[in-house]
Design a protein around this ligand. Structure first.
Ligand code: NAD
Length: 481
């Protein structure tokens, strides 16, 4: 079995505890690699290395332009090694190979974009109210960043954090999810070749309580950039607040996908299906609530079923597979429990509603693509994040009703509207409480477009110009002339 090592100060090393845990392939159920079980001592060593790289030595001495060049070089190496990184993530996470190939083709763009931004972080001169003084601002790196990532899209979400953080001049300690650490450890191998000095990028793998919390609490960590569940996010944010640390919180969602009677229904069907079933429903932006106008409800559900029925479950490495396994056994149980809850609440499963058990599912943790109708917004299935291939269809009457239902959850990560009426599209996009609103599309993301949550879906933004500010702090310099 493959045995990985931590990445600390540019060196591959075992955990100080000398312990490992096994990681499983969600399609075969087999353990395929051993991941170091890090502890607080490893965290301390990694943070010390990151702090030293931040404050003295080659990284601290680089010009912004040189930093940008390193980021672009890293982008090139990711593109070169895309196949290896994609295969690792498929094996560890169960994502479809086709999806991972798409992601790995796109991830280098984050490093090109923020590499270009690295030397465009400019301060300003200030029109002061005091004679004889001159003042200007500088934007400086916020410090050592703890990047804590979830299991559902390890490499993409890591890129969203580290590309702007490195462009800002920060140094980083990453704690990937204990369920999917392998791709981050493989990715770490590219930094030395790209020319990054030791200590700029470190990875400590392990569990939340043993690695995540010591990282959050470490006095030399200035900023926590977290992506994960809102429960863990709250815990970390409480701790960070007491310790007065900066945070970016990218949390869960329960996104509405709103289809009006005047929409292009064929397009909307595909938007609804990719909205919820992509990555087996394990995406924070899953359009898990499909709001359909009453006048077209039954016809639309028919169209939806005609397409969704054909979704092929199976081996994520196989090019024909459309729905892969759920990533972890615990998540598999959770999704099945939500299906039971929905039934008990009175919703009707018009598609799926159980385990995937055919030969094509191997030993994997498969849940059938599932569609519930007769869902009302008060039901748990409409309010809580399932994080699996389960769609709840909810009827609405008119725009006002759609907005009431769409906004009637505690989350606010993303939302979509399907309509040919431009006025309605504008009204809805103004009133939907979400950090991203799509009109006649779903799931579009870009390194250029700010991404983040309203309400319980998070604090701060990733991507675009907004993200680099999350890793900078501003200094005002006064000169008495
Ligand atoms: P999670 O909260 O269980 O874990 C996330 C990370 O936090 C993991 O690395 C975990 O080990 C670590 N962690 C757990 N307990 C900790 C603790 N006490 N202290 C410090 N670290 C701790 O989330 P998950 O199940 O891995 O991911 C799924 C969740 O992530 C979903 O809610 C999903 O919506 C959310 N998510 C959000 C976005 C976004 O951009 N908003 C993107 C992807 C996923």
């Amino acid at each position: 079995m493959k045995r990985y090592q931590l990445c600390i100060a540019g060196q591959a090393r075992d955990s100080r505890a000398g312990a490992w845990f096994e990681t499983q392939n969600p399609f075969t159920g087999e353990s395929w690699a051993e991941i170091p079980r890090g502890n607080a001592q490893d965290v301390d060593m990694a943070v010390q290395a990151a702090h030293q790289a931040l404050t003295s030595g080659p990284w601290a001495d680089l010009t912004h332009t040189q930093r940008g060049a390193l980021l672009r070089k890293l982008g090139d190496l990711i593109a070169r090694d895309a196949a290896r990184l994609a295969a690792t993530e498929v094996r560890d996470n169960g994502k479809l190979l086709a999806e991972m190939q798409g992601q790995l083709n796109y991830i280098p763009q984050w490093f090109y974009y923020y590499g270009g931004l690295a030397d465009k972080v400019q301060g300003s001169t200030l029109p002061l109210d005091k004679k004889g003084y001159f003042a200007f601002t500088r934007h400086e790196p916020v410090g050592v960043v703890a990047a804590i990532t979830p299991w559902n899209s390890p490499l993409l979400l890591l890129a969203w954090k580290i590309a702007p953080a490195l462009a800002a001049g920060c140094t980083i300690v990453v704690k990937p999810s204990e369920f999917t650490s392998a791709s981050t450890l493989e990715f770490a191998q590219l930094f030395e070749e790209a020319g990054f000095p030791p200590g700029v990028f470190n990875v400590v793998t392990g569990f939340g309580a043993e690695v995540g919390m010591p990282l959050v609490e470490h006095p030399l960590v200035a900023k926590i950039s977290f992506t994960g569940s809102d429960a863990t996010g709250r815990l970390i944010n409480e701790k960070a607040a007491r310790l007065l640390k900066h945070t970016t919180m990218e949390l869960g969602g329960k996104s509405p996908n709103v289809v009006f009677e005047d929409a292009d229904l064929e397009q909307a069907v595909f938007g609804a299906i990719s909205g919820v079933f992509a990555a087996t429903g394990q995406t924070c932006i899953a359009g898990s609530r499909l709001l359909v106008q009453d006048s077209i409800h039954d016809a639309f559900v028919e169209k939806l079923l005609a397409v969704a029925r054909c979704a092929r479950m199976g081996d994520p490495m196989h090019p024909d597979t459309q729905v892969g396994p759920v990533t972890t056994p615990a998540q598999y149980q959770k999704v099945l429990e939500y299906i039971d809850i929905a039934r008990a609440e009175g919703a009707t499963a018009v598609l799926g509603g159980g385990k995937g058990t055919g030969a094509e599912c191997g030993n994997g943790w498969f849940v059938q693509p599932t569609i519930f109708t007769g869902v009302t917004n008060g039901m748990r299935i409409a309010q809580e994040e399932v994080f699996g291939p389960v769609l709840s269809v909810i009827r609405f009457q008119d725009e006002e009703d759609a907005l009431r239902i769409a906004n009637g959850v505690r989350f606010g990560l993303a939302a979509a509207v399907w309509t040919k009426d431009i006025g309605r599209a504008i009204r809805m996009s103004e009133k939907l409480q979400a950090g991203t609103v799509w009109v006649n599309t779903y799931r579009a993301v870009s390194f250029m477009a700010p991404f983040g949550g309203y309400k319980d879906s998070g604090i701060g933004r990733e991507n675009g110009m907004d993200a680099i500010r999350e890793y900078l702090q501003t200094k005002a310099v006064w000169i008495n002339s």
